[in-house]
Design a protein around this ligand. Structure first.
Ligand SMILES: Nc1nc2c(ncn2[C@@H]2O[C@H](COP(=O)(O)OP(=O)(O)OP(=O)(O)O)[C@@H](O)[C@H]2O)c(=O)[nH]1
Ligand SMILES: [Mg+2]
Length: 458
């Protein structure tokens, strides 16, 4: 199929070493040719060659930019169409000038994600691979990157295709039974259905188990640092982020808003939220801050509850302990460089000794053990195994859950002796739902929606 020729700046805008403008479509070579002066004509160039030259305003003849132009002819290109990439000097102005000239030709601006969408529409990649491309761009940690990398590589697709294959076989078997009932005993078919569906069910369950870890890898563990004013919450954020992001003073009530920082600890991404110390206060601004702390606490996957080694427990702290017990909590006893005045036994009784870390942010002591506690909590070693396929995309997760439901329905119906052609519907639905993950049988509007989440130029 032929699509219009599109162009976009594929590197982040701003001053960089180089900027790349990508052009894709049937007219890519001809159209860029009009504004490019070089020894070789692009239309006569071999595929996968690079050409030095200038971008020139065809009306005035003025040289706009010195460039290197790469020619990649379809189908051996990212979009499977003819692609021209213009490597220009960094700088917003020169890039904009080149773009302006391109758009005066038979070229329009690409929508976000449109290049990847073309790759999909042209059959070069499937939908889960396309979504992985987006994850690659957005991934915030090395681990998340490698998960996305594998998905882009088609690992998830391969698994899904295997499962669909099993279901198609099952459907075929059912079909035979319906067409030639005399050839088969209905009971045999029932057993076959239960066995095959059961196999797919357990595979999907395995995939879904990886889902929560996958989500964490993508978005980070939402981690709220809470505690009374002045216990050292902001100091802790700064220590973990290795940056002076939050203001630290000895005045209680220093932090008035939720401060967010993305950090990676042993490869695990955390979205750290430093909050205002929770207390009753008459200060209007601080009170709003305290409200925000409370809602950060609600959404947190992990709570770092900071208390002061040098102070007895405060009634407020006793109250929060009751509120947060049962959630993922690490208690941080800070300021261990100062004399002990805290009733640690009481904390141990509520949270268990294993989740208490004693440290001094000021003396940089105990940060290692905190980092270790965090990684132990979330990935008890399992995440290290590299051969695992992770599901991390919400769309995939919800489709897998629906598939599971249909398969359970099929198994149940067959156990109850419901007619085979009814069961066939459930199995067929399961097969179709799995197909949606890899973009088989999805509607145009869904495709548009998925690709619109991409950034420009990808
Ligand atoms: N002695 C000692 N002082 C510390 C330690 N950690 C932080 N402090 C000091 O405690 C004071 C308060 O630190 P912050 O990090 O601002 O405390 P906070 O919990 O964010 O306080 P609010 O924002 O007011 O809720 C500062 O003077 C820090 O230097 C520590 O481990 N030992
Ligand atoms: Mg603070």
């Amino acid at each position: 199929m032929m699509y219009e020729t599109i162009a976009a700046v594929s590197t982040p805008l701003g001053e960089g070493g180089i900027s790349i403008i990508r052009v894709s479509g049937e007219g890519a070579l001809v159209e860029v040719e009009r504004i490019f002066r070089s020894k070789t004509k692009l239309t006569e160039a071999d595929s996968h060659t690079i050409h030095y030259g200038h971008i020139v305003d065809p009306d005035s003849g003025e040289k706009v930019e010195e460039v290197l132009v790469t020619v990649m002819k379809g189908p051996r290109s990212f979009t499977a169409e003819d692609v021209v990439e213009i490597n220009a000097h960094g700088g917003v102005i020169s890039v904009r000038k080149v773009m302006d000239l391109l758009l005066q030709q038979q070229i329009r601006v690409a929508e976000p994600g449109e290049f990847t969408k073309r790759a999909f529409l042209n059959g070069r990649i499937d939908l889960s691979q396309a979504e992985a491309v987006m994850d690659l761009i957005r991934s915030k940690s090395d681990r998340a990157f490698s998960v996305a990398m594998k998905q882009a590589d088609g690992q998830l697709s391969t698994r899904i295709k295997q499962l669909r294959h099993i279901l198609i076989e099952t459907l075929a078997h059912i079909e035979v039974n319906i067409d030639y009932p005399e050839h088969d005993v209905e009971e045999l078919t029932s057993r076959f259905i239960q066995e095959r569906c059961g196999q797919v069910i357990s595979e999907i369950e395995k995939l879904l188990k990886t889902a929560s870890e996958g989500k964490i890898l993508r978005e980070g563990i939402v981690t709220a640092i809470i505690g009374r004013p002045n216990v050292g919450k902001s100091s802790l954020l700064n220590a973990l982020a290795q940056d002076n992001k939050a203001i630290v003073t000895d005045i209680p009530g220093t932090t008035r808003d939720v401060i967010e920082e993305f950090v990676t600890i042993n490869g695990i991404p955390l979205r750290l939220l430093d909050t205002a110390g929770i207390r009753e206060t008459s200060d209007v601004v601080e009170r709003i801050g305290v409200e925000r702390s409370r809602s950060a606490l609600q959404e947190a996957d992990l709570i770092l509850f900071v208390v002061n080694h040098n102070e007895p427990l405060h009634p407020d702290e006793r109250e929060w302990m009751q509120q947060i017990v049962g959630r993922q909590v690490i208690v941080i006893v800070n300021k261990m460089d100062l004399p002990k005045r805290l009733e640690e036994d009481e904390l141990k009784a509520v949270f268990g000794g294993g989740s208490i870390v004693t440290m001094s942010v000021k003396e940089q002591e105990g940060i290692d053990s905190l980092e270790k506690s965090i990684s132990n909590l979330f990935f008890s070693g399992g995440i290290e195994s590299n051969d695992m396929t992770y599901v991390s995309n919400v769309r995939h997760i919800s489709l897998l859950k629906k598939t599971l439901q249909s398969l359970h329905d099929a198994v149940e119906a067959s156990e109850q002796g419901i007619p085979i052609d009814m069961i066939q519907i459930d199995v067929r639905t399961a097969w179709e739902l799995l197909g949606e993950i890899i973009g088989d049988a999805v509607g145009d509007s869904l495709i548009d929606q998925i690709f619109s989440q991409f950034c420009l130029g990808k």
